[in-house]
Ligand binder design. Sequence first.
Ligand code: FE2
Length: 136
Amino acid sequence: MSSRVKWEPKYELGIEEIDNQHKKWIEILNTFIEAREKGKEREVLKNVLQEIVDYTKYHFETEEKHMEENKYEYLESHKKKHKSLVNQVAEIVESVNINEARAIASLEVLLKNWVLKHILTYDKIYGEYLKYKGNS
Ligand SMILES: [Fe+2]
């Protein structure tokens, strides 16, 4: 059974730039999951892994910039949440040389659970904030 992630409308914030990046992020995550499931060579796996780590950082930057421009009052606490994921990822990436298979598996679980939950709760709140702001 494939553990790919499916994009669902519930992830939509109504902010085109961020929604598109979330879709792209899920796409890269799926490439990573597939590469792992198919037992691709470690070189391929490491490249996709690097790609998702880089894209996550890039995406967080975009989101934070967007929030800053819209004077989001919870920007600081949102930034802290992003930072906490980046730190957790860095910690796992550091352990790659100790136990590669385990590091890769825990990274997949972490990214999948953390990011999807983050979108559904904290990013959604930002989407609501913008809608409210636009209407007031
Ligand atoms: Fe976020």
